[in-house]
Design a protein around this ligand. Structure first.
Ligand SMILES: [Zn+2]
Length: 274
């Protein structure tokens, strides 16, 4: 399986010096494009073409204001898939870590793709029970009625200390959905078997590579921001600790990275993923 690590959007949030603790100067939206025997598979879609241009997406642009995207259309998955020499229709499947507006924006650029997501996350995004969820979930991003494939988070097997891990219908067994609740109600990680070791796209379970270091570098600003963004605090902290333990004990078998850290993306995109 060929794996491309792509940045779907560059974000320069307000107060980033304090927020990012001087560690990173900006954020990325780390997406994966997988060339599989079942066609192209995207893991997360960042912001899409319509988010950049369509009048109907003003709510998305308002919702992203504090994160200050550079709004560079060339970064969208649609344009990057085309630049790699594929057609957008070649993307048959999309696997989402969650449905936040900076992860689900590109869905409409691949209207024929099957969209695999946690059933809990899908319900949360449809119900939008809290004011904050009405902002983070932008229904306009799935107004084209995607072909959803939903997964019950209570079923599956144990995998490297994580429960209810499962394969995805119509996809090779090298791609797994790993429940990692906290940031949102149905947040998941996505595991991809690279052959020599697993990749684990941990979505927004953490934001900065220093959080996985032995000393646990996380600025106060970043800590506060993650607490503000979380839907289930206890679970988020437990899962973050579980990820740290995975990195500490199994880094020869699993390479963990998150959605928004530019340093992790740089390392994985420029090497074969050391
Ligand atoms: Zn995010």
């Amino acid at each position: 399986m060929r794996i491309h690590h792509l940045n779907g959007a560059t974000l320069c949030p307000w107060g980033r010096q304090r927020l990012l603790g001087g560690g990173n100067q900006h954020l990325v939206c780390h997406c994966l494009l997988l060339e599989t025997e079942a066609g192209l598979v995207l893991v997360d879609t960042a912001l899409g073409l319509e988010d950049h241009h369509a009048p109907s997406r003003q709510g998305v642009r308002d919702g992203m204001r504090a994160m200050r995207p550079t709004w560079d259309e060339a970064e969208t998955m649609a344009r990057q898939v085309e630049r790699l020499g594929f057609r957008r229709e070649d993307v048959r499947h999309i696997v989402l870590t969650h449905l936040d507006l900076d992860h689900a924006g590109g869905l409409a650029d691949f209207p024929r793709a099957r969209v695999h997501v946690s059933a809990t996350e899908h319900t949360a995004a449809m119900e939008k029970r809290s004011l904050f969820e009405r902002m983070r979930y932008q229904g306009v991003q799935w107004a084209h009625a995607p072909d959803w494939k939903l997964y019950d988070a209570a079923r599956g097997e144990r995998w490297f200390g994580f429960d209810c891990v499962r394969g995805l219908e119509g996809l090779p067994p090298e791609i797994l959905l790993v429940p990692l609740v906290g940031h949102t109600r149905g947040h998941c990680a996505v595991a991809v078997d690279r052959g020599d070791r697993w990749l684990l796209h941990a979505g927004d379970a953490y934001f900065f590579h220093g959080e996985m270091a032995p000393e646990d570098h996380c600025s106060l600003g970043l800590r506060v921001m993650q607490n503000l963004l979380q839907m289930k605090g206890r679970e988020r902290h437990e899962n973050r600790a579980r990820l740290r333990e995975l990195v500490r004990t199994q880094s020869d078998k699993v390479r963990v990275f998150c959605a928004h850290d530019p340093e992790e993306l740089r390392q994985l995109a420029t090497s074969s993923g050391a």
